[in-house]
Structures are given as structure tokens and as C-alpha cells.
Design a protein around this ligand. Structure first.
Ligand code: G
Ligand code: G
Ligand code: MN
Ligand code: NA
Length: 254
């Protein structure tokens, strides 16, 4: 399979790049974090979406070296922003199931922090509910180790999985990311409104922060503000952009 073969060479050929999408405080508009999102710049196919190649990377195990590169690059870039005098931000890195199950994930994270000189509290790992539920005990043990380092954890795509609420309160998780499927029709769909406001309350009760993903419109922002959501991410504020564009954006907006 061609994709698989080319994916093997992509790291050595430096064909991966990270884009960054700002996460903002809804009331102040301040950017407090960015999510790193990988792109594959293929020489003939152009930009290949992670939705196309992450599943192959998972199946082949290539996700481990690719994920390692993402961790190192995201930490290096965040430290470079801090060294350039930008207000300190958290960088959020997506971690897939296979990466998370690797015994030495914690060691890999430690290395990325060491090599970059980034303080642990400025790194956050995004995991999904389904990843956690595959093996709750292992997941909680790993998350506890990461938390002990000072690294933060968030649950991505929250609401689409099936984490039991009793388990959720035992997770060392700083934030819930409400999946964008609930935000899409938020202005019109009463079910989505109910789920969104319930997740916001749940987060407040569990002392977790809550961020809405995929926010595109003023109406969505208005609903989130009315329901005491504190944070948002989405095209309404900014698409995922290059590291240089993050600097420009922060110089203008923060
Ligand atoms: O950026 P975009 O919306 O195209 O991302 C599509 C999917 O790919 C999302 O589910 C996102 O979480 C995932 N993704 C993006 N970057 C990474 C990455 O560096 N590692 C992993 N494991 N998944 C990623
Ligand atoms: O699964 P995860 O939440 O990591 O996916 C992030 C993906 O969501 C990225 O591919 C990013 O490009 C996409 N995304 C970010 N903001 C928006 C938005 O406002 N609308 C839509 N449709 N997609 C978004
Ligand atoms: Mn994510
Ligand atoms: Na998501």
C-alpha cells in the first residue's frame, strides 16, 4: 500500500509540519493555549489530512516515532515562543491510543521536555474517552504519572465516547473539550444545547475546566457565555495556522 510506504519515509524527509490553533478565554479573548495539529506535506499529493494517515500510522506503529516528533516539535516551538517574549501559553498535543499504550510514553514526554527546556506545566496532552476506556486502570496510572510531572491532561471529543461518570471523577484531568458535533447546531438544536450545558455543569462540579471546540458563529459564542463556558476553540477566532502566524496573531490580539 503506497500510503504506508511513503509514510515510512515522511519523517526522514521532513514532510511533517505542525499547525497551531488558538484556544481563547471567552470573556477576555486572551489566547492561553494552542493545539498542535499535524499536517503531512506530501511532494505530489499536497497536504494530507491526519484523518487520512493517522489510522495507517496507528496500524503500522509508525504513530510512535511520528508522535514523538510531534511532542518534540510542539515543546520546542512553545519554548521558542516564550524565549521570543510572547506571553506563556500551553501547547496541547493529541495522543492516540497506541501511543498512549506504549510503556515508555512518560519517558518520551520527559525527554521532549528536557530536550526543549519547556516547563511541564506548559504541555497538555489530549486523550479521548475511548482511549481511556480501553483500559481504565492503565490509563489512570499513566495519567497520574504525567500529572506528577506537572503535565496537564484533557479529554478530547468529550461526549462522543462512553466514559462512565463515576470513572470520570477519578481521572486526573484538567479539562473537558466538548466535541464540535455538539457545537455545530448549538444555536438551533435543543438536544445539543442540553448536552452542552450539562457538560459545562459537570466540569464545574468536578473542578475541570471546559472548552467548546468547533466554535464558528456569534450565536454559538452567545450560548456558551450564557451557560458559563469559559473557553473556546474554533474558526470563529482562528483556523489552525503556522507558528509564524501565531506570533503575528498574538502581537495583534493579546
Ligand atoms: O487538524 P484536523 O482537524 O484535520 O485533525 C483531524 C484529526 O487528526 C483530529 O481528530 C485530530 O485530533 C487528529 N490529529 C491532529 N494532529 C494530530 C497529532 O499530532 N497526533 C494525533 N494522534 N492525532 C492528531
Ligand atoms: O479531534 P480533534 O478535536 O483534535 O480535532 C481537531 C480538528 O477540528 C482539527 O482538524 C481542526 O482543523 C478542526 N477544527 C477546529 N476548529 C474548527 C471549527 O471551528 N470548525 C470545524 N468544522 N472544524 C474545526
Ligand atoms: Mn484535539
Ligand atoms: Na475533538
Amino acid at each position: 500500500f503506497v500510503l504506508q510506504e511513503e509514510l515510512r519515509n515522511a519523517l526522514a524527509r521532513s514532510e511533517f509540519a505542525l499547525l497551531y490553533q488558538p484556544q481563547v478565554d471567552l470573556r477576555s479573548g486572551r489566547v492561553f493555549a494552542v493545539e498542535a495539529l499535524i499536517r503531512w506535506n506530501h511532494p505530489t499529493l499536497g497536504v494530507v489530512s491526519p484523518m487520512t494517515f493517522i489510522p495507517t500510522a496507528e496500524e503500522t506503529g509508525l504513530i510512535v516515532p511520528i508522535g514523538d516528533w510531534v511532542l518534540h516539535e510542539a515543546c520546542r516551538q512553545n519554548k521558542a515562543w516564550q524565549d521570543a517574549g510572547l506571553p506563556p501559553m500551553t501547547v496541547c498535543v493529541n495522543v492516540s491510543a497506541r501511543q498512549f499504550r506504549e510503556r515508555n510514553l512518560v519517558g518520551r514526554v520527559v525527554n521532549a521536555l528536557k530536550d526543549s527546556g519547556l516547563e511541564a506545566r506548559y504541555l497538555e496532552l489530549e486523550v479521548t474517552e475511548s482511549l481511556i476506556m480501553q483500559d481504565i486502570e492503565l490509563a489512570v496510572a499513566t495519567m497520574n504519572e504525567l500529572q506528577a510531572l506537572g503535565v496537564q491532561i484533557s479529554i478530547d471529543d468529550f461526549g462522543t465516547g462512553y466514559s462512565s461518570l463515576s470513572a470520570l471523577k477519578t481521572f486526573p484531568v484538567a479539562r473537558l473539550k466538548i466535541d464540535k458535533s455538539f457545537i455545530n447546531d448549538l444555536a438551533a438544536d435543543e438536544n445539543d444545547q442540553a448536552v452542552t450545558s450539562a457538560v459545562i455543569s459537570l466540569g464545574q462540579k468536578l473542578n475541570m475546566r471546559v472548552i467548546a471546540e468547533g466554535v464558528e458563529t456569534d450565536d454559538q459564542v452567545a450560548f456558551l457565555l450564557k451557560n458559563n463556558c469559559d473557553e473556546m476553540q474554533g474558526f470563529h477566532f482562528s483556523r489552525p495556522v503556522s507558528a509564524q502566524d501565531i506570533e503575528k496573531l498574538l502581537n495583534h490580539k493579546n
